[in-house]
Design a protein around this ligand. Structure first.
Ligand SMILES: [Zn+2]
Length: 326
């Protein structure tokens, strides 16, 4: 008798001693299954050969070549090198079953098995799992996509690394070993280009109409003459356009607005994403100066919120145009 449990019509049932550990997660013990896949750590999965054969030509060949001498409950046994957790995750993808969230270790093991067994029937599902994992560990997911190419996930993972660009320093040595020099260099170059693109946006005001810049005023505006002695310093800056197409796009811009942009440049070098410029810590010092100005005053608050929102979109657009060349 094999070690398939004989005390249940459902075949393998985890021993009581195992009930508290991960074995009780494995549920492939259908009574009418027609084969057993035995994991490297000796957990038996009673499966339907048609399901696995449909997904994998490698499994199909293995089932066609099973030995009649090695059976349990009339089912041929196929010994594999994957552990039970990996098989459980893999079979959950092949069967119409839910699966728990995959850790990076789970994903690495499952993707290795998918590659080994030549399974290509659920690439979108795997992409979704990778994208989910990339939210918490984009560097490792980028590394996995170097080994098991999926272009859309690779670009998405690269973009998520921008929250804290640090090349691939958090990645395990296991995954680093599978990354080529161009793939590594590609990510570092991408991160640096995104920093440049994001900070370049803040280096000018030619992307936004002068009338939408907080506190800015056109030199031809009569209101400028009504306030000859402002409390804040004004600086000439070329903008994206004046109210009249024929007018000079150069506006008088308050220095406190430029200080906000300088703060954004420093922050974007640490985190080149549009959301960075929405951080109140970046614009509050400028707003406090605006509030103390008798001309700029309270209305600067709403103007600043609208401006920083437009700046965020502009930064995201600039980053979105940076290619990932690997
Ligand atoms: Zn002012």
């Amino acid at each position: 008798m094999s070690d398939i449990s004989s005390n249940s019509e459902y075949g393998y049932v985890p021993a009581l001693d195992d009930a508290a550990d991960s074995n009780d997660l494995f549920e492939f013990y259908d009574a009418d299954a027609d084969a057993i896949v035995r994991s490297a750590d000796s957990v038996d999965f009673r499966i339907y050969t048609k399901v696995l054969s449909k997904a994998s030509p490698v499994f199909r060949t293995m089932f066609a070549n099973t030995s009649q001498a090695d059976t349990a409950d009339g089912c041929p046994i196929v010994q594999v090198l994957e552990d039970a957790r990996t098989l459980d995750n893999l079979f959950r993808l092949l069967y119409p079953l839910d699966h728990p969230p995959f850790s990076i270790d789970d994903l690495r093991a499952v993707m290795t098995a998918i590659d080994k067994y030549a399974i290509n029937s659920f690439p979108q599902t795997v992409d979704r799992l990778l994208l989910e994992a990339a939210k918490t560990d984009p560097e490792s997911v980028y590394a996995l996509t170097c080994r098991f190419p999926t272009q859309s996930v690779m670009k998405a993972a690269a973009k998520l690394t921008l929250r804290n660009p640090q090349a691939l320093s958090p990645v395990s040595r296991t995954d680093i070993a599978h990354i080529t020099a161009p793939q590594y260099s590609g990510l570092v170059t991408y991160q640096n280009k995104c920093k440049d693109a994001a900070t370049l946006v803040c280096g000018s005001l030619d992307w936004i109409k002068g009338s939408l810049i907080p506190g800015a005023i056109h030199p031809g505006n009569a209101k400028l003459k009504q306030h000859p002695k402002r409390d804040c310093r004004m600086v000439d800056r070329v903008t994206g356009g004046a109210a009249s197409a024929s007018s000079d796009p150069t506006y008088k811009v308050p220095a406190w607005l430029l200080e906000y942009l300088d703060a954004c440049i420093l922050a974007l070098r640490q985190c080149p994403l549009g959301d960075t410029v929405m951080d109140p810590k970046l614009y509050l010092p400028s707003l406090q100066k605006a509030w103390s100005c008798s001309v700029c005053g309270e209305r600067a608050h709403l103007q600043m919120l609208l401006f920083s929102s437009a700046l965020k979109n502009r930064v995201d657009d600039a980053i979105g145009q940076v290619p990932l060349d690997v």
